[in-house]
Design a protein around this ligand. Structure first.
Ligand code: NDP
Length: 307
C-alpha cells in the first residue's frame, strides 16, 4: 500500500496553501482534489478581495494559480475523493473513490463547506449570473441595484446588511414570522431603511433572461403570489461542512464543523489537522482559508518532527 507523509484532502484555498507549505517543508504532500475541484471559489465570478490581485481575478483562475504554485514545489495533486477513513491508528488509512487505499502519517482535512440551496431548477440555471451564496464575494456587482436575500439567520442578516450598503434595495425573504438571528443582528436589519423584510414568504421561482436574473416569484403563507424585480438573488440558508466521511473519528460541533484546538489546526486525533471552511463557521473567506491551510501544514511539519 502506498504510504505518504502528508495527505491533504480538498482543493480550495486551504488545501492548496497547505500543499505549498508542506511541499516546501519536504513533506511530499499528496492532494486529493475532491468532487468540486478548486472548491467554492470556482462557483463565484470575480474575486476582488483576495490580496495580491489588484485588478481582481476569476475564482477559477485564482484556484488554478494556487494549484500551479503547489505543483511548482512538487505537490502531487490527484483527482479523486476520499470515501472512507480509518483514523484509529497511525499511519492512517484512507480510501479513495471506494477502491484505492493509501496510508498517511498526517492528514490535513480541507474539504470545505457547501452552501445550501433551495433546490429550484431556476437557481441552478442562474448560478453565477445573478444567483450567489456569497454576498461578500459578489455583492459589489449589485451596486445601486435591487437584490434579495433568502434566510432568517445571522448569515442572512449579515449578508442583507452588507448588501444594503451597496445595493439600492434589499428584500429579505423570511419563511417564518420571526428571524432566527441574534437580537443585535435583527436590530441592525430593522435599522437599515433600504431592507424590506418579506415575512412568511418562500421563493417559488427565480426568473431571468440571457442577461441573468431579473426577478423572483415569491409566495406568502396565505397562498398569495407576487413577483419582485431584482438583479441578484442571494442564498443565506446555511452551509453544510463537508465532514460526513470523518465524523466517526473527528469531533465536530453540533452543526458538523470540525473542532480545532485553541489557535491551532489540531483536531481531537493526533496527526489529523483541519483547515479552511470545514472548521470555520464564522469568517469563511478565501484568504482566511488560505491562512489556516498554511497553519495546518506548519502544524503537520512540527508533528512529524517529533513523531
Ligand atoms: P442558520 O441555520 O442559523 O439559519 C438558516 C436560516 O435559513 C434560518 O432562518 C432558516 O429558517 C432559513 N432557511 C433554512 N432553509 C430554508 C429554506 N429551504 N427556505 C427558506 N429559508 C430557509 O444558518 P446561518 O448560516 O445563518 O448561521 C449558522 C451559524 O453561524 C449560526 O449559529 C449563526 O449564529 C452563526 N453565524 C454567526 C455570525 C456572527 O456571529 N456574526 C454570522 C453568521 C453566522 P428558519 O429560521 O425558519 O429555520
Amino acid at each position: 500500500m502506498e504510504k505518504i507523509k502528508c495527505l491533504i484532502i480538498g482543493s480550495g484555498p486551504a488545501g492548496y496553501t497547505a500543499a505549498i507549505y508542506a511541499a516546501r517543508a519536504n513533506l511530499n504532500p499528496v492532494v486529493y482534489e475532491g468532487l468540486q475541484v478548486g472548491g467554492q471559489l470556482t462557483t463565484t465570478t470575480e474575486v476582488e478581495n483576495f490580496p495580491g490581485y489588484p485588478q481582481g481575478v476569476t475564482g477559477v483562475q485564482m484556484m488554478d494559480d494556487l494549484k500551479q504554485q503547489a505543483l511548482r514545489f512538487g505537490s502531487d495533486v490527484r483527482f479523486g475523493a476520499v470515501t472512507k477513513v480509518d483514523f484509529s491508528q497511525r499511519p492512517f488509512t484512507v480510501t479513495i473513490d471506494d477502491e484505492k487505499q493509501i496510508q498517511a502519517d498526517t492528514v490535513i482535512i480541507a474539504t470545505g463547506a457547501t452552501a445550501k440551496y433551495l433546490g429550484l431548477p431556476s437557481e441552478e440555471k442562474y448560478k453565477g449570473s445573478g444567483v450567489s451564496a456569497c454576498a461578500t464575494c459578489d455583492g459589489f456587482f449589485y451596486r445601486k441595484k435591487d437584490v434579495a436575500v433568502v434566510g432568517g439567520g445571522d448569515t442572512a442578516c449579515e449578508e442583507a446588511i452588507y448588501l444594503a450598503g451597496l445595493a439600492r434595495k434589499v428584500y429579505l425573504i423570511v419563511r417564518r414570522n420571526v428571524l432566527r438571528a441574534t437580537t443585535i443582528m435583527q436590530q441592525r436589519v430593522m435599522n437599515m431603511p433600504n431592507i424590506e423584510i418579506l415575512w412568511e414568504y418562500q421563493t417559488k421561482e427565480i426568473i431571468g433572461d440571457e442577461n441573468g436574473v431579473n426577478g423572483a416569484i415569491v409566495v406568502h403563507k396565505s397562498g398569495e403570489e407576487k413577483t419582485i424585480s431584482i438583479d441578484g438573488f442571494f442564498l443565506a440558508i446555511g452551509h453544510q461542512p463537508n465532514t460526513e466521511v470523518f465524523k466517526y473519528f473527528i469531533a465536530t460541533d453540533e452543526q458538523g464543523y470540525i473542532i480545532t484546538q485553541g489557535k491551532t489546526t489540531k483536531t481531537n486525533v493526533e496527526g489529523v489537522f483541519a483547515a479552511g471552511d470545514v472548521q470555520d463557521p464564522h469568517y469563511r473567506q478565501g484568504v482566511t482559508s488560505a491562512g489556516s491551510g498554511c497553519m495546518a501544514a506548519i502544524d503537520a511539519e512540527r508533528f512529524l518532527a517529533v513523531n
